[in-house]
Design a protein. Structure first.
Length: 275
């Protein structure tokens, strides 16, 4: 990969990594979110964030580089930048996300279905209230690059991302194998993948809420509430919680966040939401 505008010298991965290490020790995190790709190039921490985004997608085999087909729509890509904060307003991470301009897609031509169930805030409150009533400890986790795990059945082509154009094949495009952020069918593809996996592991869905998954083992109970790629879970035993955490880590790249403290914009104390 090569990153950098044509007007600047080419930087290799090693050179960028060395610059990023310097940035780690010299104000690695920044509150300033670049609006465009060229602005991000002025700080090594954002360059490192873009590289991390692509490195995480490599094992998932999201796409393959192919010659540009005739008479097909090629969706362009865009970098977006976000400063992730903790519950106290401190900087957790500078995150770069590669998204597709999926607004150009047309239903029935480029995709068939885009709907995916999302947990309501009321459902999450009921989950927390039930867990508190049963003296269950609630834990939280999130799936890294979740949408990139979703299988894509439609034929979709996207451009090469800014800063990472293959120098030997600059006119090639990527044919997607997995969903990519920004596509209309992303939520559906990810939910189908996660739902199928949990059902294969002896979970069943709640009778009313399709984002609630339940697993029983004798008298033991495990509850899992899904909000897109954010997950909270609780069980009647700590061993059951550990089992679920290991199960998810074996299947997906996870970020384990421990006991619930900050979820969907709400801070929780003793399992109860406080504004």
């Amino acid at each position: 990969y090569i990153i950098g505008p044509l007007s600047r010298p080419v930087s290799t991965r090693l050179q960028l990594h060395e610059k990023a290490l310097f940035c780690y020790y010299n104000a690695f995190l920044t509150l300033v979110e670049p609006k465009i790709y060229k602005e991000a190039l002025t700080q090594a921490c954002w360059i490192e964030a873009m590289q991390e985004e692509l490195y995480e997608s490599e094992p998932l085999e999201v796409w393959e580089l192919v010659p540009r087909p005739d008479k097909v729509m090629v969706i362009t890509l865009k970098w977006i930048y976000k400063v992730k904060l903790d519950e106290l307003g401190g900087i957790l991470k500078n995150k770069a996300r590669l998204i597709s301009r999926g607004y150009r897609q047309e239903e029935g031509i480029d995709f068939e279905e885009s709907f995916a169930p999302v947990a309501r805030l009321e459902a999450i409150r009921i989950f927390l209230a039930y867990a508190a009533n049963k003296n269950m400890v609630v834990y939280q986790m999130d799936v890294k690059t979740a949408f990139l795990n979703g299988i894509l059945w439609e034929e979709v082509y996207v451009s090469q991302p800014d800063g990472f154009v293959d120098s030997d094949n600059p006119n090639h495009v990527y044919k997607l194998k997995k969903a990519l952020y920004g596509l209309k069918q992303d939520p559906r593809a990810w939910y189908d993948m996660l739902s199928s996996f949990l059902l294969s592991q002896d979970f069943y869905k709640g009778s009313v809420d399709p984002t609630l998954f339940i697993r029983r083992n004798g008298n033991d109970l495990l509850l899992v509430q899904i909000y897109v790629d954010d997950i909270i879970f609780a069980a009647s035993t700590l061993e059951f919680c550990d089992l679920f955490a290991k199960l998810m880590c074996l299947k997906f790249k996870m970020s384990m966040m421990g006991k619930i403290s900050f979820f969907l914009g709400l801070r929780y104390l003793l399992g109860l939401p406080t504004r």
